[in-house]
Write a protein that binds this ligand. Sequence first.
Ligand SMILES: *Cc1c(COP(=O)(O)O)cnc(C)c1O
Length: 413
Amino acid sequence: MSAVWHPFTQHGLREPIPRIVRGDGAALWSDDGRRIIDAISSWWVTTHGHNHPRIAAAIAEQARTLDQIIFAGHTHAPAETLAAELCAMLPDALTRVFFSDSGSTSVEVALKMALGYWRNRGAARHRILVLEHGYHGDTIGAMSVGARGVFNQAYAPLLFDVGSIPFPDPGCEQASYDALEAACRTGAAAFIVEPLVLGAGGMRMYPPAVLAEMQRICRAHDVLFIADEVMTAWGRTGTLTACEQAGVVPDIMCLSKGLTGGAIPLAVTMASEAVYQAHYGPDRATMFFHSSSYTANPIACAAANANLAIWREEPVAGRIASLGERQGRRLAALAQHPRVSGARRLGTIAAFELDGDEGYLSDRAPRLMARFREAGVLLRPLGTTLYVMPPYCIDDDDLDAIYAAIGEACDAR
Ligand SMILES: *Cc1c(COP(=O)(O)O)cnc(C)c1O
């Protein structure tokens, strides 16, 4: 019997939990010697592929040099380099980099920055606006700004109240704009949004023009615009960040998942100079009150620096474009299947609905996962939504195998 308590797992169902012993590129191996294609990038984190030699080498080297140092009142080269390189790669208006260790924490930091900004400027703004169906993590603040449902019902008494803006379904964009405008007019602190794709909310996609218009409305009312790029950045949507496609520069941007290429936990919350300056001054009471033990861990920063070097020196954009095209062709063929609807793609993310209206708690998704596991493919449906989001290094044979497994699942009832 294992003592391990797994995330999002009902152990009482005694569903099998494969033991993974090795990874390489787009593949994983289980302890019974089976090769498994990682079609979801190990929950959206692995970008270049598992065990990338440059990232692995950077981790090993840093672990021999400096493993950990308190980051309050101290600094180190891996963090300084990473902050400078992030500022160089991302829009000029994002001038400050605050480190933490997960996507959820980067969101907590973003929310605290927004409230600190308004408090230090002497304004009583604290209401947070969110987009319907959003997901921002599983800590209390991150759950508060995410969609409510069975996932967080037990914790509802702890969650704070937010203003929810309807998702901009095609043809209904104006209703979203009007709701956002009305909510902004009452004086909100910030609007937090997943740019272009709502991941855990079912890979719901909306066009760049909508993102740009939402930002315009926020700006017109001085409401801080927080882009949660935890899933969408690092090439997932076809560009370095999703905001880039909309010409949007947020006031605060959350990055994590692919920041280290998916090798080791790290997150940053990037902020505009105005947000930083609101916390800057001679008074200790206006400093930004946040820290965690492993803030800017040097080994994690070294992994991120290796990831950034790969972005600078290797044809990553070409790989992403190629994967997008190759996914697109296979998705178009699959979309002909009578049980498939809502086929959509953005960058390296392909998604669709498989008919059937059971919710997240039905046993359909686990049954599908078991079927995919048999076929040697790691896929994890979101309710009735299936999506394919592999590492950028995946080859045609593995992509074919993924789509063949999906095709067979569509045929079987
Ligand atoms: C995964 C995710 C998070 C949470 O990140 P963790 O590292 O799992 O805490 C936050 N926001 C978005 C958009 C995500 O997809």
